[in-house]
Design a protein around this ligand. Sequence first.
Ligand SMILES: [Zn+2]
Length: 241
Amino acid sequence: MGKVALAVCAHPDDLEFFCGGSTIAMARDGWDVFLAIATDGDRGAHDLAVSRESLAAQRREESRRAGQTLGLSGIVFLGKEDGELYLDPSLRSDLTRVYRKVQPDRLITFDPWRRYELHPDHRAIGFAALDARLAARLPLYYADQLRDGLRVCTVREILLFNTDEPDCYVDITGTFDAKLSALAEHRSQWESIWDDTARSLRQEAERAGRASGHVMAEAFKRIFVPMGPVSADWDLEEEGC
Ligand SMILES: [Zn+2]
């Protein structure tokens, strides 16, 4: 059976920006990669004349197009308010439901402990995603979801992006150009500053590459969570970065 990854992000373009190259590499390796986007990013404009409703619709469409380039198996839009993500029961419950539906082997999200992360949504979604991982495996959390036919879910591997303590690098030498193509679909955000954005992403990928022996890479903090008795054939090295 194929492996399943679930990325949990705050905004429509987070995945492409922070780890689009790794996402494409996983999809090409046969993973089913799903994406949960907490908000529609409907405050992501500098023009007061822009309506939040129309921006939300535009950004969902941009995500769908980018998702095709990334090779995603599906996108879940949670529809939370942009800029107002909090570590509250509603967000955790919604994420728990997604985990129980998707049954991911690997969770990908923001490192909520990154120092000096200034975007509150980025901090909040990282904590919420990690807390939902615990809730998803215990049946007395949100038991009504199980009565609806969902199953508990145990995620054993977590990759945190936007981290300042990386210990896991994914080679994106062959997927960097496709990452840029996916990010470019988010025209509402990047079109006016595209050249600078592409240049700085290239520099960042090359910096991570130098740290890991690749031409280009994306960096993560990896957490592996053994659950129950560890199988004798569970090869930690093979499963590592
Ligand atoms: Zn964001």
